[in-house]
Design a protein around this ligand. Structure first.
Ligand code: PAF
Length: 283
């Protein structure tokens, strides 16, 4: 695995690789099995597998965890080496945002709801860095996790609106044995918080059960999920949403093939998200 720490070295390594199909997995590191499922698929479907690790400051709010975001580059590199990744891109902040940097991508509307409502500017930072990385790596395919469903929806919108020649593949959520979706931030949870966090996947399982029993009303699903969250005093609900899969507009009734059921909760200082989709997010 070749490690590129600067933009010129990445550009050179990509052009040297020739006209092979390029698959790309952008990450912020501290890799878990969810990331590795993306890397594995990227490896299977492309000649050249490229991964980036960059903790992107522009997607963190002022009071968020940029400085304490978990990092373990040595372990990440060993995992990626084992997955037979060809190129690992490790830019520094000044490579991506040099002095005078002034250009940002906003995916209007989609970036202001759900997670965007409590994390203003977050998706602007995500869209900006993902577009920059696409422009450097030139992937034919890029891989994202369904856990960040709104991120995937926003990236698909950007790819479509800006005619970017890349296919976005969104792969299923990978869960721990207790059902919690894998996330680099799970490391922040104390044992009691971890127990509380389990209500998040449980609420979604309950919604799935209700749907399989014929429930279609979004209000009924949201109420059942809220009741599940109310079982633990450590949980503060940020949002519970039932929306269309592409436009993120609230639904009254679920639509088979076009529904996102998503929730965000705070457990202590940690914000957790999870979702269930009826349909496909890839584009
Ligand atoms: O999902 C993430 O880890 C990040 O939002 C991404 C896509 C790597 C952009 O920084």
């Amino acid at each position: 695995m070749k490690i590129c720490r600067t933009i010129p070295s990445l550009v050179e390594a990509i052009s040297r690789a020739g006209r092979q199909s390029i698959g790309f997995v952008p990450t912020m590191g501290f890799l878990h099995a969810g990331h590795l499922s993306l890397v594995e698929r990227c490896r299977q479907e492309n000649d050249l597998a490229v991964v980036s690790i960059f903790v992107n400051p522009s997607q963190f709010g002022l009071n968020e965890d940029l400085d304490r975001y978990p990092r373990d580059l040595e372990r990440d590199s060993a995992l990626l080496e084992k997955e037979r990744v060809d190129l690992l891109f490790l830019p520094g902040r000044a490579d991506i945002y040099p002095p005078g940097y002034a250009t940002y991508v906003s995916v209007d509307g989609l970036d202001a709801v759900l997670c965007g409502a409590s994390r203003p500017g977050h998706f602007r930072g995500v869209a900006t860095v993902v577009l920059k990385l696409f422009n450097l790596v030139h992937p034919q395919r890029a891989y994202f996790g369904q856990k960040d469903a709104q991120q995937a929806i926003i990236i698909c919108r950007m790819v479509c609106d800006l005619n970017l020649p890349v296919q976005i593949k969104v792969l299923p959520i990978v869960r721990d044995r207790d059902g919690l979706a894998l996330s680099s931030r799970n490391i922040y949870l104390s044992p009691a918080e971890r127990r509380a966090a389990r209500h998040l996947p449980q609420a979604l399982t309950m919604a799935a059960d209700l749907i399989s029993r014929g429930v279609q009303e979004a209000a009924v699903l949201k109420k059942a999920m809220a009741e599940e969250f109310a079982k633990d005093r450590l949980i503060q609900v940020d949002y519970i949403a039932v929306t269309g899969l592409q436009d993120l507009v609230d639904l009254t009734l679920i639509q088979p093939g076009n529904t996102l059921i998503a929730a965000a909760i705070r457990v202590g200082k940690t914000r957790l998200i999870d979702n269930l989709i009826l349909g496909d997010l890839s584009c």
